[in-house]
Design a protein around this ligand. Sequence first.
Ligand SMILES: [Zn+2]
Length: 93
Amino acid sequence: MRNVLEAVVMREYEELHAEMRDACGCPQCREDILVCALNRLPPRYVATLTGEVLAEVRLEADQGRADVTVALMEAFRVVGGGPRHARSPSTVP
Ligand SMILES: [Zn+2]
């Protein structure tokens, strides 16, 4: 069992981060942005490897992809506004 959104969010993150040159790319910020985006999205679980591929293809084609992009943009904004690499450890906003 796996949440296919993880793979989709990570791929979208790489694409978005390449475009956002002022966004911090350190491991802490990357992790915070991924967690923040995933927490904003409803999980999409699949059972098998085959189902995983099918679900990803479907996600690419439907509204899910746009939702992922929106959630990531918001995560970049939230984490970029108060990056944890710059202050003492705390929970993700
Ligand atoms: Zn950082």
